[in-house]
Design a protein around this ligand. Structure first.
Ligand SMILES: [Zn+2]
Length: 285
């Protein structure tokens, strides 16, 4: 079984996670730019973060046989800090880079005017750069937030097939299915979706335009939840081909719209900018 996790924040994870993910079948991931738990206070820290998503993290993933791409954006939560507005001006430089396969995560956190403005601007940037968009939906008042998100996406004129609306649940899946956008589900250990609810949604809505991710980050989360969904699908009667559609073909099809998805075999490099993930000389080499 091969798995593509279309939304995972590996910067917050360890090499043990990479090892376990590889053992579970994960061969490709996309790491969206997001917030880091503690608010940042200056645009320069975003440049360093984006550089890490394009440099050190793909290098680290490659050491474990996993292909890493990323999405770049000013996230909804931090777009409320006026000190960070210049990040929007940094984005064009990053959206031109080879391993950037979408604009994201954009969307709403608290649904403020500042979030409105950042979202609209970044949807424009996606159109200008010919990139798909990964849209986060708010955790509070999710139905209203998702409805509003879909309105804004519609007004932007972006084709729905280039937009992925993420963190959906039973309440919001229907309206996104109708919109023509792709549907993303984050499967967490004890909040939002779990694997059995995910399987029930796949039974109701089919596998078309459906993406499943672990959204693992610095909070309580599990990078193996993609595999847990695959196993739950198989034990409830889905075929190997249906599992492959949801956990590999769909994320590939969505991000391939960037024209930049490169899944040719990764070869672990020796070092990245002179640094390696080794601690001292490896044994028996
Ligand atoms: Zn995320």
């Amino acid at each position: 079984m091969r798995i593509f996790d279309p939304h995972i924040h590996m910067t917050s994870r360890t090499t043990d996670d990479y090892e376990r993910m590889y053992a579970a079948g994960v061969r490709a991931i996309v790491e969206p730019a997001f917030w880091l738990g503690q608010p940042r206070t200056s645009p320069g820290t975003f440049a360093d973060y984006f550089d890490g998503l394009l440099g050190w993290e793909p290098y680290r993933a490659a050491q474990f046989g996993i292909v890493h791409h990323c999405t770049i954006a000013l996230n909804p939560k931090e777009s409320n800090d006026p000190r960070l507005r210049p990040v929007l001006d940094l984005l064009p430089r990053y959206l031109a880079k080879d391993r950037v396969v979408a604009v994201g995560e954009v969307g709403y956190d608290d649904v403020t005017p500042a979030e409105d403005e950042a979202l609209a601007r970044q949807l424009e940037l996606a159109a200008e750069h010919g990139l798909p968009v990964l849209v986060h939906t708010p955790h509070r008042d999710k139905a209203a937030g998702t409805r509003r998100t879909l309105d804004v996406v519609r007004e932007s004129g972006l084709p729905p097939e280039r937009v992925l609306i993420d963190h959906l649940n039973e309440m919001t899946v229907g309206m996104v299915a109708e919109s023509g956008c792709w549907m993303g589900f984050s499967v967490y250990p004890d909040t939002k979706m779990d694997e059995d609810r995910m399987v029930a949604i796949l039974k109701d809505y089919g596998s078309d335009r459906m993406l499943v991710n672990s959204a693992a980050d610095w909070g309580r989360s599990d990078p193996l939840k993609t595999r847990a969904v695959a196993d739950a699908m198989l034990s409830s009667g889905f075929s190997d081909a249906e599992v492959e559609t949801v956990l590999w073909d769909n994320p590939v099809a969505f991000y391939a719209q960037s024209g930049r998805l490169d899944l040719s075999d990764v070869k672990p490099g020796d070092t990245y900018a002179g640094n390696s993930i080794q601690r001292g000389a490896p044994r028996d080499r």
